[in-house]
Each structure stands twice: as structure tokens, then as C-alpha cells.
Design a protein around this ligand. Structure first.
Ligand SMILES: [Zn+2]
Ligand SMILES: [Zn+2]
Length: 334
């Protein structure tokens, strides 16, 4: 089969077809995948756990074409969305919902084992890693369930939102936009979007996700009940605690390329709670249900589409990030 392989740079070429290696595995024919900023982080060498010579990609939907003997929840022929994380469901961390730290998994697909920017992919612990899609939910509707939507939900959940809360989201890119829609679903009264990119702020407003928008220079808020930091720069890290009111929660979803400084003397007395983390993507079934019930929609995030045989062009475009580019969907080669 064809695949996008990371091995000292990225290459598009032949890869052997994945096979069932464990009774809990499933093989999924990829019908749509996407490129994520984390893929770029791997290519740039910012992901210590990443292995070389792997197929990249961890955000996808598809059709189950084979299952191992112990797979119970999905069957051959099912349309599914996939979780970006692999988790056993049985270890200390999984039992508490902290699936990102599963001792038998974590971020594996497209990082340590072959991922989804290919024709087929092997999904370990398929009963945990796959969610069956109802007929009314299309592949496009569900493409982001297992990664950026799960990350946005995770960020909003970290803020322990109370009804009517003011929630500031730093970074109005794909994850930030998802965080806004999830914060709204959880009852936030006012959502403030902050980004350097005015096009993205406009999208946040047009989609009805943000009530107020600011660029960092114009942002003078100091009363956010919760802050979701999705941008990942030193400036946005500082902004995150600056705009939080005393006793607020700052949820850090962003992945940084360098160490950040917590100026504790300046922050003393503000009594903030910081939460950080790689997404515990344990709400995929709920997210599919919310999409089915039309309570949230991520369809507008797909701004570009490329077929798999043009994935190198897609990467080039994603890296350039032209104005208005949010997410690229990769379709099978026709
Ligand atoms: Zn990702
Ligand atoms: Zn586990």
C-alpha cells in the first residue's frame, strides 16, 4: 500500500499492508485522514517519544476491514472514527480516565507505530480506539473526533467550567476553535478568543464560537474564570496566567517547542491552578453523540482537501499555513 513515511524527513512510498498482530487489533481502511501540527513537531524533532521509520498521522476515520478475535465493540464493515491515543482500558491510569498515560499505550499511532496517512492502518485495543459512527454522521463530520476535538474538550474540561463562566481561549486555530465549542457546550457564559491572526478571530466570530475577540496587544482582560492555552508560544504562556482572575484555572493544551518560565514571585497571591497535558482522549463516544445531535460541528475546519498521492503537497501547504487554512483532509487516491 501507499503511505507517508517519516524517516529522516518525510517520504511518500510503499509500505507493507498492516496485519492483525494481537487479538485486540483491528485493521481500518482509511477514508479520510488529516495532517496535525503534531506531525510537524515530529518532523522537526520536538517529540522525544517519536520513533523513526513510521507512517505518520493519528487523526482519521475509516471502515473496519478486519478484526482480531477479542474485538467486541466494532465489526467488519463498521464506519468508525479513531482515537489518536492507544489505551488498554485496564491499567491504573486508564481506570481513572488518564488514557494519555496508559502504561500499554498513549500516543502510539503515527508516533511510535504506523499511523493513518496511508491506505490502511492497524489500530491496537480497537474496542477502546474506535467509535462506531451512526448513519447520520458522515466521515467529514467525524474526522476530528479523536484528536483536535478531543483536545478541545479536554482543555475545556480542565477548566471545570461553571454555568456562566467567562472562558478565554488563546489560539483560534483548530484546537482552540474546538475548545470554544466545547466550553460553550459545558455552559460558559462568555467566550473570549485571542489570536495574532485576525482571519482566525473572524472565523471564531462568524461560527458563533466567540463572543469577544482580541489580538494579544489589544487584550486587556484580567477576569477570565478559566483560560485554555492552545497556542504554544512564550508570549501566550505568559498571557494565559495574566488574563486569569485570582483562583482561576489555566488549562494548557498547547505543545511548546521550548521550556517556559513560571514567574512565581509575580504570580504570588493570585492562587492559580495550572493544569497541563497531552489529551486524555476518553470522550470520543460522547463527542460522536454531540455531533449526531448537532450540538457541535467541526465541518467548517476542513478548508483544504488533497488525495493521498498528493500528501507531500498537502504538507507543504500546511507548513506555509496560508491565510484561512485550518485543516487539510486527505482522501484516498482515486
Ligand atoms: Zn494531532
Ligand atoms: Zn492502560
Amino acid at each position: 500500500m501507499k503511505a507517508l513515511i517519516y524517516n529522516n524527513g518525510i517520504h511518500y512510498g510503499e509500505r507493507r499492508m498492516p496485519e492483525i498482530l494481537n487479538p485486540k487489533d483491528a485493521i481500518v481502511k482509511v477514508t479520510l485522514s488529516s495532517i496535525c501540527t503534531s506531525d510537524l513537531h515530529i518532523i522537526k524533532g520536538f517529540v522525544p517519544r517519536a520513533k523513526s521509520d513510521i507512517v505518520l498521522g493519528h487523526e482519521f476515520v475509516g471502515e473496519v476491514v478486519a478484526i482480531g478475535d477479542d474485538v467486541k465493540k466494532v465489526s467488519v464493515g463498521d464506519r468508525v472514527s479513531a482515537n489518536c491515543e492507544t489505551f488498554c482500558g485496564e491499567c491504573y491510569f486508564c481506570k481513572r480516565g488518564w488514557v494519555n498515560n496508559c502504561i500499554n499505550g498513549g500516543w502510539e499511532l503515527g508516533c511510535r507505530i504506523d499511523g493513518c496517512q496511508a491506505e490502511y492502518v492497524r489500530v491496537p485495543y480497537a474496542d477502546n480506539g474506535l467509535t462506531k459512527l451512526p448513519d447520520s454522521v458522515s466521515y467529514e463530520n467525524a474526522l476530528f473526533v479523536g484528536d483536535i476535538l478531543a483536545s478541545g474538550y479536554f482543555g475545556a474540561e480542565m477548566c471545570e467550567i461553571q454555568k456562566g463562566d467567562t472562558i478565554a481561549v488563546i489560539g483560534a486555530g483548530p484546537v482552540g476553535l474546538c475548545a470554544m465549542m466545547c466550553a460553550k457546550y459545558m455552559g460558559a457564559g462568555k467566550i473570549i478568543a485571542i489570536d495574532i491572526d485576525k482571519t482566525r478571530l473572524k472565523i471564531a466570530q462568524e461560527q458563533g464560537l466567540a463572543d469577544e475577540v482580541f489580538t494579544p496587544e489589544t487584550c486587556d482582560i484580567t477576569n477570565a474564570d478559566g483560560v485554555i492555552e492552545c497556542a504554544g508560544t512564550s508570549e501566550t504562556f505568559q498571557l494565559a496566567w495574566t488574563i486569569a482572575r485570582p483562583n482561576a484555572i489555566v488549562g494548557v493544551v498547547a505543545m511548546y517547542e521550548e521550556n517556559q518560565i513560571l514567574p512565581l514571585p509575580q504570580m504570588y497571591g493570585k492562587n492559580l491552578t495550572f493544569k497541563t497535558g497531552g489529551v486524555d482522549a476518553n470522550k470520543c463516544d460522547l463527542l460522536v453523540k454531540l455531533i449526531e445531535e448537532k450540538k457541535i460541528s467541526t465541518d467548517f475546519l476542513i478548508t483544504h482537501t488533497f488525495s493521498l498521492d498528493r500528501i507531500l503537497d498537502a504538507y507543504r501547504l500546511f507548513e506555509e499555513k496560508p491565510e484561512g487554512c485550518l485543516k487539510i483532509a486527505i482522501t484516498p487516491t482515486c
